[in-house]
Design a binder for this molecule. Structure first.
Ligand SMILES: *Cc1c(COP(=O)(O)O)cnc(C)c1O
Length: 473
């Protein structure tokens, strides 16, 4: 491909992308292909000679598109969203064209300093503590890993980095039973070991029982183990429960433990003044993560990680081989020392585009709309015979199930709801997922897609009701 061809093809591509956004609701939201179908349609041998864009794009439409689950459909209500938006996609075009490698300041001063600035903006938008410093990580999983590694190093006076674990007693991490699986993964990778991750009991609303946490810490101290870190969550993945951060924070202070807060999805809601009460306990936190790539209209991947003590973070990760020595070291941020990866994409650009194009008020308006729609749906469900809510609606996730009057058997109800989920997803007109709450098969419907409107939620609800009424039970 030469530059003239590139120019012509990129114009066509821009139109194709705009067409996609216009037509996205007409595709089945959840891909309907069977395992292996895409793989089998792809030639086993790579092409020996150049192929035209026409031929590549024809195969893209024919082979790839059927295997796409449309995360950007306004009828995507599954998991938590991985949103994009028009300004974010435009920024991603530039990001890929510039193809920056921002491992140190000198390799891309703009990537470093824009990141610095937008992270400061986020602190203002979300009312986060002024003393914090932010850095973009690829995912919440990587952010939490960074937290656990830093906590490990601080607790051992940077000894494990140098000497491994050998002389240390069991270092203990605490989270709740409802904490995201990334905490367990980080505990394994960071060398604490899964068995040193204590999953504290939750209350009926799914939030961590702070009394049980304090008891677990006391028991461990008594047994000669070494409590190191507590992970609290704002907006658990199953049901968006909020852990009592103030109580947990006070416990961390009392025992001198690292306090990491995972607000991967829920954190976005803190931009609303009416949700600010949730930030109360953050003053105790040592580190905090939320994902603009979930609910803040910014393409995956973009995870905002904040720490109180940057020195502890960079001391944990810093390396200095000869080939990375620069004259500016010490005067600038070299983000390679702020996380696991050396190489870094220019992720700040899309966040900058999104914040500027929406404006802070525009962002708030969208998030508020999603919360209002979730409230509307939950009230509707509450007033509909044969359905019930299964968890408080703290953000824009609604947890519910079909519960026809005649059926009381829990096993049977679980089967019916599993069937209902499969049937509605098979229609391709929406996509929802499930969780289990106290053994109950629970339907999860998240209203957070960038371009979702009330009529999409109404259509989804109407389809769920109609499908439920037609189940043969
Ligand atoms: C989605 C989610 C994560 C994982 O996010 P990644 O960015 O995909 O690693 C972690 N914690 C919570 C609470 C989540 O909802």
């Amino acid at each position: 491909m030469n530059i003239e061809e590139f120019r012509a093809e990129s114009h066509r591509m821009a139109d194709r992308i705009a067409d996609y956004f216009e037509l996205v609701s007409s595709y089945p939201v959840k891909s309907q292909v069977q395992p292996g179908e895409i793989l089998d349609a792809l030639p086993q041998q790579p092409p020996a000679v150049s192929e035209s864009m026409d031929s590549i794009m024809a195969d893209f439409e024919r082979i790839i598109m059927p295997g796409i689950t449309h995360w950007q459909s306004p009828s995507f209500f599954a998991y938590f969203p991985a949103n994009s938006s028009y300004p974010s996609v435009l920024a991603e075009m530039l990001t890929s064209a510039l193809a920056q490698q921002g491992m140190i300041w000198e390799t891309s001063p703009a990537a470093t300093e824009l990141e610095d600035r937008v992270m400061e903006w986020l602190k203002q938008i979300f009312g986060l503590p002024e003393t914090w410093t932010g850095v973009i990580q690829d995912t919440a999983s990587a952010s939490t890993l960074a937290a656990l590694l830093t906590a490990r190093e601080r607790a051992t006076d940077w000894n494990v980095n140098d000497n491994g674990f050998a002389p240390e007693p069991g270092l203990r991490i605490y989270c709740s039973l409802e904490t995201h699986s990334s905490i367990e993964k980080a505990a394994k990778i960071a060398g604490y070991g899964k068995n040193n991750l204590i999953k504290v009991a939750v209350k009926e609303d799914g939030s961590m029982d702070a009394g049980a946490l304090e008891k677990a810490i006391g028991d461990d101290l008594h047994a000669g183990l070494k409590p190191v870190c507590v992970v609290g969550t704002l907006g658990t993945t199953g049901t968006t429960a909020n852990d009592p951060l103030e109580e947990i924070g006070a416990i961390c202070q009392k025992f001198n433990l690292w306090f990491h807060v995972d607000a991967a999805y829920g954190g976005t809601a803190l931009m609303l003044p009416e949700m600010r009460h949730l930030t109360a306990g953050l003053k105790f936190a040592d580190s905090y993560v939320f994902n603009p790539h979930k609910w803040m209209f910014t393409n995956f991947d973009c995870s905002a990680y904040f720490v109180r003590d940057t020195e502890a973070l960079t001391r944990t990760f810093s390396i200095l081989p000869e080939y990375l020595r620069t004259a500016t070291r010490g005067q600038v941020k070299d983000y390679r020392d702020w996380g696991v990866a050396l190489g870094r994409r220019f992720r700040a650009l899309k966040l900058w585009f999104v914040i500027r194009s929406f404006g802070v008020e525009g962002l708030r308006e969208k998030v508020r709309k999603h919360l209002d729609l979730a409230r509307w749906l939950s009230e509707t469900i509450e007033n509909t015979e044969g359905f019930e809510l299964l968890a408080p609606v703290n953000y824009s996730l609604v947890c519910f199930r079909y519960r026809p009057e005649a059926i009381a058997d829990e096993e049977k109800l679980n089967q019916i709801n599993q069937q209902l989920l499969q049937k509605v997803n098979q229609t391709g007109r929406l996509y929802i997922t499930h969780t289990k709450i106290a053994g109950k098969y629970t339907l999860r419907l998240v209203i957070a897609q960038t371009y979702v409107e009330r009529h999409h939620v109404e259509a989804a609800w109407s389809l769920i009701r109609k499908t439920a009424s037609r189940l043969s039970i």
